[in-house]
Design a protein around this ligand. Structure first.
Ligand code: MN
Length: 358
């Protein structure tokens, strides 16, 4: 496996590439052009500039997270073909600089959703929190909370311009069921996967977060059965998964180590994150240590290790520690993710030794 780190780009992240170089074992940067909205053209010179910078610091730029999918594609509107052409153009350009994996999601309107970006843990750190009952609120109230809470940082998927069109978007999604969303995803994949096969770029869909429908919108990548259905839409080694333990984790009936074992050959990118789920269904993001939450991180990593996983892996959201609150992107501080890297590498190195019989 290759340990990576999500970085939001120069002047767009509280963390620099020089910081990341000092975390043991991190060899790849997961990047994107974060100022691009879904459907925008990615210019070759911008792509070249970022990947040159990443390489100049000794990292690989093999994984892009994300290239966002326009809602017209998810909705299956006649305008989707133009947006799919633009998406294909981006895949082709990214392949030219050596990108191997593109992470994306197919969630209607909203990206990951939380009710509180800075919920305090008993130890005084704070983290992203989801209160089940608060989600019945008006989605506009929710959007405002997330945008305001993020301060000066723009939140991918929660761009104010998009949120201003919420009424329009909700109307457009009226009548869009799970089956229709699957159909529209299949149409998109049938157009892009042949391009990916030619270019050597794997598409890796990210599960829905949280793993259940919200605001009456369908969500289709949220359990073992949904993943199995997704993989059958287009059967290709280039149609794969970003397996995110933190997205599947809040539904305790998701047996994540079993999911990893079953679909491992289709997992291009592993997101490791821990969540602590409360009896009432609320959940908070916890340290990567398995004992601090409900995700058995050891068993997940063992599932990857047993199958000699050679894909990309990264620590996902961490808590905000040691004064980071509001000085970093929510969930993307330095310290807790760095601790997460060390926890994961500790487990991985031990598993290596055990396998070698040492
Ligand atoms: Mn994730």
């Amino acid at each position: 496996m290759e340990m990576t780190w999500r970085w939001y780009g120069e002047n767009n992240d509280s963390i620099t590439l020089d910081h990341i170089r000092q975390i043991p074992g991190v060899t790849g940067i997961v990047w994107s052009l974060h100022d691009k909205a879904a459907g925008d053209i990615w210019e070759m010179d911008r792509i070249q500039q970022v990947t040159d910078l990443i390489r100049s610091k000794g990292f690989t730029p093999d994984v892009v997270e994300s290239v966002n999918v326009h809602d017209d594609i998810k909705l299956g509107l006649p305008t989707r073909d133009g947006y799919i052409d633009t998406y294909i153009d981006t895949i082709e350009k990214l392949s030219k600089v050596g990108v191997k994996v593109i992470c994306y999601n197919f969630m209607p309107i909203f990206d990951w959703t939380r009710t509180d970006l800075y919920k305090e843990h008993p130890d005084g750190s704070n983290a992203l929190f989801y209160e089940k009952n608060a989600i019945d609120l008006d989605p506009k109230v929710m959007a405002k909370k997330i945008i305001d809470g993020a301060g000066d940082f723009s939140m991918p998927g929660w761009e104010p311009e998009r949120m201003a069109k919420l009424d329009e978007l909700f109307k457009a999604y009226e009548g869009v069921t799970e089956d229709i969303l699957f159909e529209n995803l299949k149409y998109f994949l049938e157009k892009i996967i042949p391009v990916c096969e030619r270019c050597g770029v794997k598409m890796a869909i990210h599960p829905d977060d949280p793993p259940w429908p919200i605001f009456g919108l369908p969500r289709i990548i949220r359990s073992r059965d949904h993943i199995a259905r997704f993989l059958k839409l287009v059967d290709s080694p280039y149609n794969g998964l970003t397996l995110c333990t933190g997205s599947l984790g809040p539904n305790l009936s998701n047996d994540i180590p079993a999911i990893v074992r079953e679909f491992q050959n289709k997992i291009a990118f592993a997101h490791i994150r821990n969540v602590k789920v409360f009896d009432n269904g609320d959940f908070i993001e916890a340290s990567h240590r398995g004992k601090d939450g409900n995700v058995d991180v050891y068993e997940v990593l063992k599932a990857y290790h047993d199958n000699n996983f050679t894909g990309y892996i990264r620590p996902d959201h961490g808590r905000h520690l040691w004064g980071e609150e509001k000085n970093c992107r929510p969930g993307y501080g330095l310290y807790d993710r760095a601790l997460g890297v060390m926890y994961m590498l500790g487990i991985w190195d031990s598993l290596d030794k055990l396998k070698e019989g040492k």
